[in-house]
Design a protein around this ligand. Sequence first.
Ligand code: AMP
Length: 137
Amino acid sequence: MAYDDQNIFARILRGELPAIKVYEDEQVLAFMDIMPQADGHTLVIPKSPAVTLLDLAPEAAAYTIQVVQKIAKAIEKGLDAKGIVLMQLSGASAGQTVPHVHFHLIPSSVHELGKHALEMGDQEKIKAFAEKIKAAL
Ligand code: AMP
């Protein structure tokens, strides 16, 4: 599928839109989900322009999952999370809404997850979770 470089995450990567970042390196960015499904809901994205996991180069996928694990450990430690759901939706038919590949890390139970929150989370609360995750990295 053709990559739309005007998608929200592409704009965050270019610094055109704000994000509450918890980790960044040359290849990957991790930031807080703005409409969290649970406290501490974090997104990890490769910087390469891929729409779904299926479009992502294997090397980029391998590196991204290493960062996913690193952030998961920080969420566990920093937020005292008892369990973390890793979710990755590939394709609008799967429910993907932002066409840049991303991994959700949600400190919750799969039995508690429903549809996405429909409203923005409390920004100050989200920033506080981000600080705890960063401190645990
Ligand atoms: P998906 O449905 O898997 O494509 O997930 C997209 C996620 O991106 C949702 O959980 C949204 O809440 C989240 N989201 C959308 N816009 C932003 C944004 N500007 N900053 C952070 N998260 C966002």
